[in-house]
Design a protein around this ligand. Structure first.
Ligand SMILES: [Zn+2]
Length: 335
């Protein structure tokens, strides 16, 4: 069995990256460190995002050591999940019920794409091979009903912006489809802006291989698996392929138990992951990710699913995101 890509927070590594690598370095071929958290804070010396000063030295030491050890260096960042930026209510995404979400940015905010692009450029100025970009989509189908999204979308379905409701959309399959397509466009445009920033960063550091952006696609049975990723989150792997050619499937982010082989649920998951073959055949890369994998048996389960779905790379984090409960509530709760 191959080693997984570990996605580590500064807390996982502890105060000294040097010590961590001296213990684990010989087993590792690639390691990811979190560079921008769901809190919106950067763990590196950002000039754009607020910074956790206590971690910046370790971040640099870490990247420096891993490039010396020829370990592939990966940085993880949260994109629209950004509690610091979302302190400004102007940027918060808003549910169909009018509830503002204080940890998630509306994906229809070009200023925020530019902000994210600056962060990609900053991370790309380090000797980094890949950035894992988490949280680039909408929370779910009932988002976003902010002022700007209403104004822009309502005319497309012949509705007044202030009268646009979720019920109005779901009553009419054509309107609902227009809603889904429009949201996929918004998310894809945001990702394209990050990708352009990655290319700019390549020129600055003269990277031998282009900096790869790997985009999170959540696949969860409670959200409708692959159809859910497209229609709930606005994340369509075939559209992402055209931009970055690399996705990281967040396996069952809201569902604690993975399905057992031989069950209908397992078969449904395999059907949902069928796109992987096509994605790879066209030259893309796919990573299977699971968060909160703290014991080896859980890792075995993820590898077994990866093998059946013909996915060659597995990534895991030891912990759940620090704001997991709040995120799960906005993904599944009554909002
Ligand atoms: Zn919006």
């Amino acid at each position: 069995m191959k080693n997984p890509l570990l996605v580590l927070t500064p807390e996982d590594i502890g105060s000294s990256a040097r010590e961590f690598i001296s213990v684990y370095g010989s087993y590792m071929r690639e390691v990811a460190i979190v560079g921008k958290r769901a809190s919106g804070y950067a763990t590196y010396a950002s000039r754009t995002a607020p910074v956790e000063q206590e971690h910046t030295q370790m971040f640099e030491e870490w990247l420096d050591l891993s490039s010396k050890l020829k370990v592939k260096t990966v940085v993880a960042m949260d994109f629209y999940t950004d509690r610091w930026f979302a302190k400004d209510p102007k940027y918060q995404t808003i549910s169909a019920k009018g509830q503002a979400v204080p940890h998630q940015i509306c994906p229809n905010r070009e200023e925020f794409w530019q902000y994210g692009a600056e962060i990609v450029k900053e991370i790309g100025s380090y000797p980094v091979d890949e950035i894992l970009v988490f949280g680039t989509g909408f929370i779910r189908d009932r988002f976003c009903f902010c002022e700007r999204c209403r104004q822009e979308f309502a005319p497309r379905v012949g509705q007044e912006p202030e009268r646009l409701s979720y019920e109005f959309l779901v009553e009419n399959p054509d309107h609902h489809q227009t809603w889904h397509d429009w949201r996929v466009d918004k998310v894809t445009q945001g990702i394209a802006q990050l990708q352009a920033a990655a290319r700019e960063a390549d020129d600055v550091v003269e990277r031998s291989e282009p900096l790869r952006l790997t985009i999170e696609v959540p696949i969860d049975p409670q959200m409708g698996l692959l159809e859910g990723a497209k229609n709930e989150n606005g994340l369509d792997p075939s559209r992402i392929f055209d931009v970055t050619k690399s996705v990281i499937i967040n396996l069952y982010p809201w569902t604690p138990v993975l399905p057992r082989k031989g069950t209908p649920e397992y078969d449904h998951l395999m059907e949902a992951l069928y796109f992987v073959k096509e994605f790879k055949r066209r030259g893309g890369t796919v990573t299977l990710y699971r968060w909160g994998v703290s014991v080896p048996e859980k890792l075995d389960e993820v590898w077994a699913i990866a093998r059946d779905a013909e996915i060659d790379r597995v990534a895991v984090s030891f912990r759940f995101p620090e704001d997991y409960a709040a995120r799960r509530e906005s993904a599944l709760g009554d909002v």
